[in-house]
Write a protein that binds this ligand. Structure first.
Ligand SMILES: NC(=O)C1=CN([C@@H]2O[C@H](COP(=O)(O)OP(=O)(O)OC[C@H]3O[C@@H](n4cnc5c(N)ncnc54)[C@H](O)[C@@H]3O)[C@@H](O)[C@H]2O)C=CC1
Ligand SMILES: O=C([O-])CC(=O)C(=O)O
Length: 309
């Protein structure tokens, strides 16, 4: 299996590293526009192979897309990260152009690949890649839900003093402040979370999750990369190993949840064909209202992209 990661910055390099040391792919090609950066990071990851004991080949390229030819999965992380005081949506004008040109380049050389978008604003960049690639919607998907649920699960594990491995959760909507965590579908070793935690503490964790990205931007002056890079690698793994994992993933909705033509995070089954099924939960009225708010927000940002097209 061959995987290309475009953008050899913080998230892209972390993703490539996880793909290599966990031997998720046989070959990982890292591409960046900055001269030498992708080559250097790919070489560094390869030189770690004898220490961490893996065989995955990592190859770097400065904008030479021939090296990406025949990739099974492409992860796009190229684009600006936000700085303190910015929203993810503030990145649209720069990142839309980057995602468009990168998508044009990758699809030329890998017409059958599955594309995973990471660049922000996530839902709208997934829209951009879908428009440009003209691939089926099931093969152009965005990474956000795995990261957002991971944050939620980590906060819950800390509060309850339990292993994060035992916390299962699902979250829907756009990757931003309007995301919709679903406590009704959160369990701890099979026990509904609401039986283990006070409502006010759970509400505080939900609020912290919604602003989880911003919390890290404030601390570091740029956005997160360890959890995002690992989350993208987990999506790649589900695809290349045909695992049929159930994850929240951003995809264009085609009638599911009564929504058309909007890119939102929903639970799906992820396997060798990309999204193999969108799972439709029976949301209650409050959950539907939150999803509707998220839909309206993402549509507004999508319309900015349409206006600038
Ligand atoms: N979906 C999510 O949950 C998350 C999304 N992000 C987003 O991922 C993106 C990357 O973040 P970082 O890695 O922290 O940024 P970074 O600045 O460390 O890396 C971005 C890389 O993209 C490269 N690049 C820019 N234009 C390019 C082009 N046309 N072709 C190839 N490479 C190009 C840059 O040279 C740079 O090395 C940002 O947009 C950020 O907001 C970050 C974390 C989580
Ligand atoms: O917060 C950001 O800008 C990056 C991101 O999407 C996240 O870490 O959730």
């Amino acid at each position: 299996m061959k995987v290309t990661v475009v953008g050899a910055g913080n998230v892209g390099a972390t993703c490539a590293d996880v793909l290599a040391y966990r031997e998720i792919a046989n070959e990982v090609v890292l591409v960046d526009i900055k001269e030498g950066v992708a080559e250097g990071k790919a070489l560094d990851i390869w030189q770690k192979a004898p220490i961490n004991l893996y065989d995955t080949r990592t190859i770097g390229s400065t904008n030479d897309y021939e090296k990406t030819a025949g990739s099974d999965v492409i992860v796009i992380t190229s684009g600006l990260p936000r700085k303190p005081g910015m929203t993810r949506d503030d990145l649209i004008s720069t990142n839309a152009g980057i995602v468009k040109s990168v998508t044009e380049n990758v699809v030329k050389h890998s017409p059958d690949a599955i594309i995973i978008i990471v660049s922000n604003p996530l839902d709208v960049m997934t829209y951009q890649a879908h428009l440009t690639s003209k691939f089926p919607r099931t093969k152009v998907i965005g990474m956000a839900g795995i990261l957002d649920t991971a944050r939620y699960r980590a906060f819950l594990a800390e509060e309850l003093n339990v292993s994060p491995k035992d916390i299962q959760a699902v979250l829907m909507g756009g990757h931003g402040d309007t995301m919709v965590p679903l406590p009704r579908y959160t369990t701890v070793g099979g026990i509904p979370v609401t039986e283990l935690i006070d409502e006010d503490k759970l509400d505080a964790i939900i609020e912290r999750t919604k602003f989880g990205g911003g919390e890290l931007v404030k601390l570091m002056g740029t956005s997160a990369w360890y959890a995002p890079g690992s989350a993208a690698a987990q999506m790649v793994e589900a695809i290349v190993r045909d695992q049929k994992r159930v994850f929240p993933v951003c995809i264009k909705l085609d009638g599911e949840y009564g929504i058309n033509d909007c890119y939102l995070g929903v639970p799906v089954i992820l396997g060798k064909n990309g999204v193999e099924k969108v799972i439709e939960l029976d949301l209650n009225a409050d959950e539907k209202a939150l999803l509707e708010t998220s839909r309206k927000h993402v549509l507004e940002v999508m319309s900015v992209l349409d206006k600038n097209a």
